[in-house]
Design a protein. Sequence first.
Length: 526
Amino acid sequence: MEVMDILLLGLAILFFCVWWKYWSVTGGGKKYLPPGPPGWPLVGNLFQVVLQRRPFIYIVRDLRKKYGPIFTMQMGQRTLVIITSSELIHEALVQNGPLYASRPPDSPIRLIFSMGKCAINSAEYGPLWRALRRNFVTELINPTRIKQCSWIRKWAMEYHMKRLENEVSQNGFVEVMANCRLTICSILICLCFGAKISEERIKKIEFILKDVMLITAPQLPDFLPVLTPLFRSQVKTAKKLRQTQLEYLVPLVRDRKAFVDSNGDPKTSQSEMVSPIGAAYVDSLFSLEPPGRKLGEAEIITLVSETIGAGTDTSATALEWALLHLVIDQEIQEKLYKEIVDCVGKNGSISESDVEKMPYLGAIVKETFRRHPPSHFVLSHSVTHDTQLGGYNIPSDAYVEFYTAWLTEDPSLWKDPGEFRPERFLTGDGVDVDLTGMRGVKMLPFGAGRRICPAWSLVSSDSQQSTRRGKGRPRYSTKQVMAVVASVNEKGTGECSTTQAIVAGASVTGKGREEGHPLKGQRWLE
């Protein structure tokens, strides 16, 4: 080996050592971040994760055992600080809520759909976010408005049950997940636009918003921006999808605007307007002037889309899991059936006020959210300025990820955490659980702190109503479920990674709880 070769090798080794000590995030040198797995130069742990070819949540679980309740991963140019313990999550999101209330930078594709972060979910902590969230809470989910709009939920649920009965009579079974998504989406569209639209139109809107959710999932260029030119086709696809989204939703905005401007003249609108002026979410957006932004049609579509998309996904998924457990566990099903009959009789009509008289129903919904939270992680947070947590530094440019699914699996917090047992919320370790996390964190299906889902009570209420509605009918057996699963598999209508149980009350996709990503999954307006 020549002298020059030895010199170059020595310089390379020196460079690597200096990089590791002073700039490597996981090497312990830079900013004294929490410990984490050693990374490669430039790409950090990114390719190590990709090459493992297994769901990200399993990697996180393994790293938690090795590095403790808080650790760091360098994913390309993104620094991820992952927090898993109840105490640290409560300290960050509740005790220091304003400090952890901001959002990290978005990817170019996400910025297309959020109109430059003009959305409640993605807006940075500040005047714009406060104005948008305050308007959402005041105009859509305040107690008075929820009561005023109860007829919408009643109408949708009655139509939902009729649709299920028709499908049962025709086919002998129903695919409830599709029907639940359709019903919840119709409720949210009516709440947002004050209009009833055709079932075909609802399905198309739901399909578009689902595509939006999929295309905004993390991609390789999000972690290594230098690769962005290689993924130009994805940006083009995103822009095309955005245009399709606008084409289907802008007419609803314009119909409602014409209805409002004409002082409620139904002849000015092509849609069937059923809510009075001021009762629809978009009515408030027409006159809203948040700091630093002007809301045009595109911004209004963004705000309405996040409400419909995230609300449909979380509510339908929770209902799906609840129905699965009712089908599998006949004892739970019998207890709920008895509670409903004792409250309203076998043929009685169930009102929203009756839900408060059904503690076991509430326990089933809570246990569903505990056992099957909407996502393994809440949406990514960032701190407003450099701070410390657990004795480590948290820089303002880090993506702070809260692995909240571990809370529901922690044996120190729950007895037999893997079992589905609603009784724990009546007489067990879940009696005093605070779903908002204010008094302590044992489960966080809706997030916590400043970014907690403002519609969390509405999601819980809708899930309870849908569950008890589904129990006003004959009970279901495991044999029925297995027969339908076999039928579905023979017809090849299900994915190999998806377990579908379709039977007069249950269509359950077993995929969401087994896969995860720190940036994947939807929350309803955190």
